[in-house]
Design a protein around this ligand. Structure first.
Ligand SMILES: NC(=O)c1ccc[n+]([C@@H]2O[C@H](COP(=O)([O-])OP(=O)(O)OC[C@H]3O[C@@H](n4cnc5c(N)ncnc54)[C@H](OP(=O)(O)O)[C@@H]3O)[C@@H](O)[C@H]2O)c1
Length: 322
């Protein structure tokens, strides 16, 4: 297959590009050439900028499919579709589980759950705009490509190269061992999908030319936040004790993988449709071990989120004193 990836050099798109190359596809990457320059020398690289609307490099060429990983606003998606027209066989848009309405959702909801109202005229990505902008992007892609449109809605993604507020913090923290401050209830359900599983799903959907929307959620077995931290410790061979601390101690805007109780149903989305379409179910032990190895290999730089060791020690002492 000839696959064009809009993005492809940071984390989620990087896993997709790697899987596509591994599967023998002819891969073209379109980005600004800023992130991880020199990655994937075996791919073709085209430069452009979605911020300024520069899609000149896409004026020529055709592809069996485009995977849009870097589209957040309908403007960006519309411009990419204008540039590509019918020179792509399928448009796969990487959306998000943030498209679903907040609160009032049943646990284990599938892809037909009600979406938030689309938003078209916002530029800034915030808690309030991100999901609604993605809804508008999904609508535009589906309106333009119909049966040749595929939407992938990942939950929280985890894996090597993940620098976001997610599993990496917990993998590192659990490996350090000792008493772990958790500003949440350990029984909170949690879903993290391995980036390599998500990538495999994307490739399978393209190969099988499947239209429609698909959750990309994991891991293999349902788990809780406490269970996830315990698994991370088991993988690292460390001894831990999880100490719930008041949620107000968490530094804003939000703590890695911690969700307010009203959002818990959103941590239990149904993966059945995607599994049937080829989403693998990598066990959390594998994902955690790979994240640990990657994080140690890069020298564990400061994450800039979660508790610092000093903050955590103080919060634990305060909690003990209550
Ligand atoms: N991480 C999660 O838990 C999670 C959950 C749900 C959904 N998602 C979705 O996954 C996607 C993000 O994945 P990622 O960032 O890891 O993907 P990625 O494709 O690996 O990295 C982002 C890419 O976009 C390119 N890019 C950034 N700004 C650009 C611009 N103005 N013009 C052209 N290219 C640009 C970057 O390269 P240059 O900097 O060189 O331009 C880079 O190649 C998003 O669609 C997000 O909504 C993620």
């Amino acid at each position: 297959m000839r696959i064009l990836v809009l993005g492809g050099t940071s984390f989620v798109g990087r896993a997709i590009a790697a899987d596509a190359l591994h599967s023998g596809a002819e891969v073209t990457l379109f980005n600004r050439g800023r992130t991880n320059l020199g990655l994937f020398p075996e791919a073709r690289h085209l430069l452009g900028d979605r911020d300024t609307g520069d899609y000149t490099a896409l004026r020529e060429g055709d592809w069996d499919a485009v995977v849009d990983v870097s589209g957040f606003r309908p403007r960006e998606v519309d411009q990419a579709m204008d540039a590509l027209g019918d020179r792509v066989g399928r448009y796969l848009f990487v959306s998000s589980h943030a498209v679903y309405r907040r609160g009032g959702l049943a646990p284990h909801s599938d892809e037909s759950a009600p979406l938030r109202a689309p938003l078209r005229d916002a530029e800034e990505l915030t808690e309030a705009t991100y999901g609604r902008l993605k809804v508008a992007c999904e609508q535009d892609v589906t309106a333009r490509y119909g049966d040749r449109a595929t939407i992938v809605r990942p939950g929280k993604v985890a894996g090597p190269y993940d620098e976001g507020r997610g599993l990496t913090y917990w993998v590192r923290r659990a490996a350090r061992g000792g008493r772990i401050a958790l500003p949440a209830r350990p029984e909170q359900p949690v879903q993290v999908v391995d980036s390599r599983d998500l990538a495999r799903l994307v490739l399978r959907l393209l190969q099988d030319e499947r239209p429609g929307a698909f959750h990309a959620v994991g891991p293999a077995e349902p788990t809780t936040l406490g269970g996830l931290i315990a698994t991370c410790a088991e993988v690292a061979g460390s001894e831990i004790e999880i100490v719930p601390v008041p949620p107000e101690t968490a530094p804003p805007p939000f703590f890695p993988l911690v969700r307010a109780e009203r959002l818990w149903p959103g941590q239990q989305r149904d993966p059945a449709l995607a599994r049937a379409a080829g989403l693998p179910a990598t066990p959390l032990t594998v994902t955690a071990a790979d994240v640990l190895a990657w994080d140690r290999g890069r020298g564990e730089p400061p994450l800039g989120h979660g508790f610092t060791p000093e903050q955590e020690a103080r919060i634990l002492a305060e909690t003990d004193g209550r």
